[in-house]
Design a binder for this molecule. Structure first.
Ligand SMILES: Nc1ncnc2c1ncn2[C@@H]1O[C@H](COP(=O)(O)OP(=O)(O)OP(=O)(O)O)[C@@H](O)[C@H]1O
Ligand SMILES: [Mg+2]
Length: 271
């Protein structure tokens, strides 16, 4: 499914989706925290229905802040965010877009995992049987059924991550934003998550410092730095540009380095 809906956007700032249905569209989004300088300085980004877009950039670039504005948790100072053509209203509940938080402790708050996963569907006003069915399905998809009665704050980091994902899946949004989803996952859980995301039908917007993860999952990658989109395009094409990567606090992942370069580095790593 990786080629589906892939926009041929090349080095166009913002990476414009070319396809029929635009799922998420941010235009000129600006945001400053009350105590700081401008964090988002005119973010322009489109994600097509079913597309998987990786957002990469250094610490403090504004990825998390952009996500919070994209789903209405923070109100932009200027600009608009549209979800399937409708404006995102700040501070309102938008079940069609879900955010898996960078820090699961910001997301999980209920006394039990079951209650936490049920929170979204309950807020949508669904009948109890539908809520129960959605919770069960989300726990199955994330392989967290056996955690259902546990207290979220007693779980391990990786368990919390998967439960956070279940909470978003239970709302059945058409757009899911994942903020550093592979952080704190062990190799097996990370591999499971890659397979899971690769079979997802939703539009995905994924921020990650795990660039190999982005390469395996995303159709398109967008580089963000200092609150602005620098470039968007095919992940391998973008990530092979060593200068571009370095200028934006990034590094070409090992899997894309020329074999000679990999051989040269190997002995250092053994010491
Ligand atoms: N609540 C806040 N109040 C004030 N400044 C904030 C707040 N949250 C974030 N910032 C600042 O906004 C900038 C962007 O932060 P943000 O968390 O969006 O970056 P990021 O790209 O997600 O970084 P990382 O890769 O470390 O997760 C940083 O300079 C950060 O210090
Ligand atoms: Mg962040």
């Amino acid at each position: 499914m990786k080629s589906r809906n892939r926009p041929e956007d090349g080095p166009v700032p913002g990476g414009r989706a070319r396809t029929e249905t635009v799922a998420l569209e941010a235009s000129g989004v600006r945001f400053s925290y009350p105590d700081g300088l401008g964090v988002l300085r005119g973010m322009n980004l489109q994600v097509a229905a079913g597309e998987r877009v990786g957002l990469i950039g250094p610490n403090g670039a504004g990825k998390t802040t952009f996500f919070l504005t994209a789903c209405g948790i923070l109100q932009p100072d200027a600009g608009t965010v549209r979800l399937f053509g409708d404006s995102i209203r700040p501070k309102s509940f938008h079940p069609d877009i879900g955010l898996v938080f960078q820090d699961p402790d910001d997301q999980l708050f209920s006394p039990s995992v079951w209650n936490d996963v049920a929170f979204g569907p309950q807020n949508m006003g669904l009948p109890p049987e539908e809520v129960a069915a959605r919770v069960s399905e989300a726990l199955t998809l994330t392989d967290t059924h056996e955690l259902a009665d546990r207290a979220p704050h007693h779980l391990s980091g990786g368990e919390k991550r998967m439960v956070s994902i279940a909470g978003v899946l239970a709302m059945q949004p058409r757009v899911i934003i994942y903020d550093e989803p592979s952080a704190s996952l062990d190799i097996r859980s990370r591999r499971r998550l890659i397979r899971f995301l690769n079979s997802a039908a939703q539009a995905l917007l994924i921020a990650s410092h795990d660039l190999e993860f982005v390469l395996e999952v995303c159709d398109r990658v967008v580089v963000i730095n200092d609150g602005q989109v620098i470039v968007g395009g095919e992940p391998r094409t973008i990530m092979r540009q060593a200068n571009l990567m370095e200028e934006n606090g990034l590094e070409t992942p090992r899997s894309l380095e020329a074999p000679a370069q990999q051989r040269r580095m190997a002995p250092d790593e053994e010491t």
